[in-house]
Write a protein that binds this ligand. Structure first.
Ligand code: AMP
Ligand code: GLY
Length: 429
């Protein structure tokens, strides 16, 4: 098969690394890709200036692509799947209507509420004045979310009412992180442990993939602003067999059923960001219509089956026949980022220490590019260093050890990825 993979971050690097291991695959075209992806077997990078969906269709036709896999949410939310289907091209992922679960937090909340799925109480506002009036009568902290896609940077937890009101004004004035929104969601702050529940969905069939936990806050001990994710590991005891069944029956299946009522058929990865409270009730914080980043890096490191079968079974509505094998080992991913992220950061700093490989450790490239033959930084999150170990503690130690050999001006990381799980420090442990 010839594949086209869309995207150029750490998640896409992990997908490319995994598909390149399939003996069903002969060529892999990736756009835009990155220097780490370029080094994988069977890969050709394709660069397109300001690509739109029609360009991707054109590329798929030109390169005789048998299957296209979309890494990030943006093309899915824009409707790439619908356009490929119209052109009789095979593609993996949810269509435009289904991707609204991620594309619009307001749509997502409406579905969750009509499906009676647990989620934080919320109100949506189209103007700052009514949002500010609402906030005056709420308890702090409170969570403020800009509707629409914001790469994990559109969610703010506010402890002070005046600052919350100012933030809302700034969001409507497009003064924060370049986010443009005409709808702001204000919701109750939930306390608990976060986990990522990712499954394959096709029609009425749901298959969970390996469990994982991300670390959304920038700094150790879950302090600092939200990010796209600073590290992850798989599996997590937060999602044991009971919890997994509970999430499928009480969250995922009711959501799919609710979508069906409005003629939306979900097909692809569905990722529920969960907050599990001290009584082990799981609340949905958000849905994503794709694999998580950096969760994908940890999860795919443990995949012991041909990933192509996962894509094809989903597209062909044969998930009930699919068996996925996972390695028993744990995987731990540490994100190395650039100082300033999730705000402004420097680019073009030369990265040292990439030039050797260690067993069971894989360095996935997230925000890198080549400059005069050297790999330099090109994003907020730069590398996702992932290690396998017989348990999480060993995987974590191997990953941090490899991280310590990598350097550039302004490299930052969290130093406690996985500690709560290793030390049994969850609120209900
Ligand atoms: P979201 O993009 O909606 O998942 O939000 C990003 C991050 O913000 C989550 O992963 C949580 O860490 C945090 N968050 C979002 N909503 C809430 C909430 N209602 N209560 C507490 N934390 C939240
Ligand atoms: N790691 C969180 C996300 O991919 O949205």
């Amino acid at each position: 098969m010839n594949l086209l993979i869309i995207g150029g971050g750490g998640r896409e690097h992990a997908i490319v690394w995994k598909v390149s291991q399939s003996n069903k695959v002969s060529k892999i075209f990736v756009t835009p890709g990155n220097p780490g992806i370029a080094n994988e077997n069977k890969v050709t990078l394709v660069s397109i200036d300001n690509p739109n969906i029609k360009d991707y269709v054109q590329l798929a036709i030109e390169k005789n692509i048998d299957l296209t896999i979309v890494g990030p949410e943006d093309p899915l939310v824009e409707g790439i799947v619908d356009e490929f289907n119209k052109n009789n091209l095979l593609i993996f992922g949810p269509n435009k209507l289904a991707s609204q679960l991620e594309g619009s937090k307001d749509f997502c909340k409406k579905i969750l509420n009509s499906a009676n799925v647990l989620t934080a109480k919320h109100e949506s506002f189209k103007d700052p004045i009514s949002a500010n009036n609402y906030i005056k009568n709420q308890n702090m902290p409170i969570v403020i979310k800009a509707d629409g896609l914001a790469a994990g940077k559109g969610v703010f937890i506010m402890k002070d009412k005046n600052e919350a009101c100012k933030l809302i004004n700034d969001l409507f004035d497009a003064k924060i992180n370049g986010i443009k929104t005409s709808l702001v969601i204000v919701e109750e702050f939930l306390k608990g442990e976060e986990a990522s529940f990712i499954c394959l969905v096709s029609g009425d069939t749901v298959i969970p993939i390996a469990s994982s936990k991300d670390h959304k806050k920038l700094c150790d001990a879950d302090l600092g602003p939200n990010t796209g994710g600073m590290g992850a590991y798989s599996p997590t005891k937060l999602i044991n067999t009971d919890m997994s069944e509970n999430v499928i029956n009480k969250i995922i299946l009711p959501t799919i059923k609710e979508l069906k009522k409005i003629n939306i058929n979900y097909q692809g990865f569905l990722y529920a960001g969960l907050m599990i409270d001290k009584n082990k009730n799981a609340y949905v914080l958000e849905y994503n219509c794709r694999l998580g980043d950096p969760e994908a890096q940890a999860i795919l490191m443990r995949l012991d089956s041909d990933i192509i079968n996962m894509f094809l079974s989903t597209i062909n509505n044969q998930l009930d026949k699919l068996e996925i094998k996972w390695k028993k080992e744990s995987a731990c991913t540490i994100v190395l980022a650039s100082e300033g992220y999730p705000g402004k950061y420097e680019k073009n700093n030369k990265i040292n220490g990439l030039d050797y490989e260690v067993n069971d450790v894989k360095i996935f490239h997230s925000g890198t590019k080549l400059n005069d033959g050297s790999v330099v930084t090109n994003g907020g999150r730069v590398l996702a260093v992932t290690a396998l170990g017989i348990n999480l503690q060993i995987a974590q130690a191997k990953a941090y050890d490899r991280c310590s050999q990598i350097s550039w001006d302004g490299k930052i990381k969290r130093n406690d990825i996985g500690n709560k799980e290793i030390n049994n420090k969850f609120i209900f442990s």
